[in-house]
Design a protein around this ligand. Structure first.
Ligand code: IPE
Ligand code: IPE
Ligand code: MG
Length: 240
């Protein structure tokens, strides 16, 4: 394994529908297979020593999909947390959910928040599941909180800086993304983690999410380890 690992690895898990279509199966079968891959990738990342793993599981925009697909995804999510909580706790993983969770059906939402509570003291990898998540919504929500605090006289506008803005976002303890992987060949961000990806390394693979294996993750990590991250500086500056 490479000696430089991303601290925060984020993945846009895309291509479930196409995976199913290739096999002449309904889209939902792709989502089902996708969950198995989630389990593999979570275990693998945790064992490698990744500190934060963010997985894009359902976007704000995905609410616009046909009702039966949304319903199936919500039930799958419910099943996932019900089944996997034991493993999460056993692997010392801290589970968090990021997004507008108030939109998630109440029973499922409760289970997710309960899993977050029960794993809160864990010291291993943070598994951050992005659900009902939109990058712009997160930034707009932060703007609203800042405005409310300022209006209440608890914050001065000049106190807001680029460095402390994250404090107003969802889960401010989760740092910038170092490596962002997107599967399925699409070359776009689809509104994921906008604030935290400002200086991320991007990695795209044509493989569909249900086909992803531990080796594919290792390949992306190897690639990341070979990148030069300058953050605006020159090569000479970062060598010293
Ligand atoms: C990603 O796979 C999972 C979700 C967005 C919930 P898709 O369902 O987007 O699969 P494609 O892109 O249609 O193949
Ligand atoms: C992004 O995939 C969201 C998730 C992976 C959960 P989409 O399939 O929704 O993205 P677009 O609409 O093709 O950009
Ligand atoms: Mg898609």
């Amino acid at each position: 394994m490479p000696d430089i690992l991303p601290v925060h690895l984020a993945i846009i898990m895309d291509g479930n529908g196409r995976w199913a279509k290739q096999r002449k199966m309904p889209r939902i079968m792709g989502h089902k297979k996708g969950v198995d891959v989630v389990n593999k990738v979570v275990r693998h990342s945790s064992r490698l020593g990744i500190k934060y793993l963010s997985l894009f599981a359902f976007s704000m925009e995905n609410w616009k999909r046909p009702g039966d697909e949304v319903g199936f995804l919500m039930r799958l999510l419910d099943e996932y947390i019900e089944k996997e909580l034991t493993t999460i706790l056993k692997e010392n993983i801290r589970f968090t959910v990021t997004g507008q969770t108030e939109l998630i059906p109440e029973g499922t939402r409760k289970k997710l928040l309960d899993a977050a509570d029960r794993s809160a003291a864990n010291t291993g990898m943070v598994l951050n599941l992005a659900l009902s998540y939109g990058g712009r919504a997160e930034i707009a929500d932060a703007g609203r909180r800042i405005a409310e605090l300022a209006a209440a006289g608890r914050l001065k506008p000049e106190d807001i800086t680029e460095d402390n803005f994250l404090e107003f976002m969802y889960h401010p303890e989760i740092p910038d993304v170092d490596l962002l992987i997107r599967t399925s060949g699409e070359l776009r961000i689809s509104n994921f983690m906008l604030w935290r990806i400002a200086y991320s390394e991007l990695y795209f693979t044509d493989k569909l999410w249900p086909d992803i294996t531990e080796d594919d993750i290792d390949e992306a990590l190897e690639d990341f380890a070979g990148r030069t991250r300058r953050f605006g500086k020159t090569d000479e500056q970062i060598d010293t």
